[in-house]
Design a protein around this ligand. Structure first.
Ligand SMILES: [Zn+2]
Length: 334
């Protein structure tokens, strides 16, 4: 996660799929009503603790970060194996495909070392759980599954970045399969984040989702280790109505849930993460977002980002906190 994004100069070729989720209400009016209903529900609802299977979470992380996945570089054989693993999980969880497919294919060209490199085989994987009370307004949970691959013969396993976010997304899907959400929930395992948020851009620019129907993007990227047990929920400075909802989650979280890293002009000591992971394109499209992630650590973008260096206890608690936040947001937004 958190590359320095490179400018995306052209629109990407996309599959022509069209799940049109249309609402007529303007974004501005929607924000106002969101704020009102958010406060009301935050005061009334006390979600019970969630139920992440920490061992399964860790086992899935070990699978995605194993040498067999070759660091999950977009289009590589290892990426194909990661996709196959995730598609198997999507089927097992009985997620609904959009327009008959879990896959959104796209391609792009990236300049590396002064020459253009084509990536013709990038794929986002998206599955849905229907809502019990809402059909058109959906919550989109995202986590990128790509990483840096093998460079000069050295494996970059990307356990925290971002096998951790992807398997938390699977745990969230498992939770909401058993406890159906009010809003439709889309679970998007995105490709090519490390190359400039390409998968998120492809999804936002596609007709696969209707921007006005997207109530929220909840993005997960690096959630499995922090020595101080700190997990950031960034994004509330742009959507202040989210703050009381997440502060309520904060009161019963086993990790230290912090706010910040989301100001356009941050103090020198605080990095602005607004465009540092896949929530960036959603932000640019005017869609509210929350990004869950930890501070950079010494294993960030290094071969040492292995499953053995994940903090299992923190990871389980972070996943629980994220699912609690999803439950609270699903209960609060209209
Ligand atoms: Zn990442």
């Amino acid at each position: 996660m958190r590359p320095r994004p490179t400018p995306c100069s052209s629109r990407l070729p996309l599959v022509a799929v069209s799940l049109m989720l249309v609402v007529a209400t303007s974004l501005a009016a929607r924000s106002a009503s969101l704020a009102a209903s958010a406060q009301a529900v935050a005061a009334a609802a006390r979600p019970t603790p969630s139920d992440v299977d920490a061992e399964r979470l860790l086992q899935d992380l070990r699978t995605l970060a194993s040498p067999d996945m070759d660091g999950r570089l977009t289009g590589s054989p290892g990426s194909h194996r990661a996709r196959a693993f995730l598609l198997e999980r999507f089927k097992e969880l009985q997620l609904q495909p959009l327009n008959g497919s879990y896959q959104q294919k796209f391609s792009f060209t990236q300049t590396r070392g002064g020459s253009a490199v084509a990536f013709p085989d990038a794929v986002n994987l998206i599955g849905m759980i229907p809502g019990t009370a809402e059909k058109d307004r959906f919550i989109l949970v995202s986590a990128h599954f790509d990483h840096l691959g093998v460079r000069n013969g050295i494996l970059y396993p990307g356990a925290d970045d971002n096998a951790s976010g992807v398997v938390t997304l699977l745990a969230a899907a498992r939770h909401f399969r058993a406890n159906p959400p009010r809003h439709p929930m889309l679970f998007a395992a995105l490709d090519s984040e490390e190359d400039g948020l390409r998968g998120a851009r492809a999804l936002v620019d596609s007709r696969l989702i209707e921007r006005r129907g997207t109530a929220m993007n909840i993005n997960l990227d690096m959630v499995s280790k922090n020595d101080r047990r700190e997990l950031y929920a960034a994004g509330t400075s742009f959507a202040p109505w989210l703050r009381p909802i997440l502060e309520d989650v904060q009161t019963r979280s086993a990790v230290k849930l912090l706010f910040g890293h989301d100001r356009p002009s941050p103090p020198a000591a605080t990095e602005d993460w607004t465009h540092e992971s896949d929530h960036g394109p959603f932000h640019d499209a005017g869609i509210a977002w929350v990004y869950f992630g930890v501070e950079d650590h010494p294993d960030y973008h290094r071969p040492t980002d292995t499953s053995g260096r994940v903090n299992a206890a923190f990871f389980g608690d972070a996943a629980d906190t994220i699912i609690e936040a999803l439950r609270a947001i699903d209960g609060a937004v209209d």
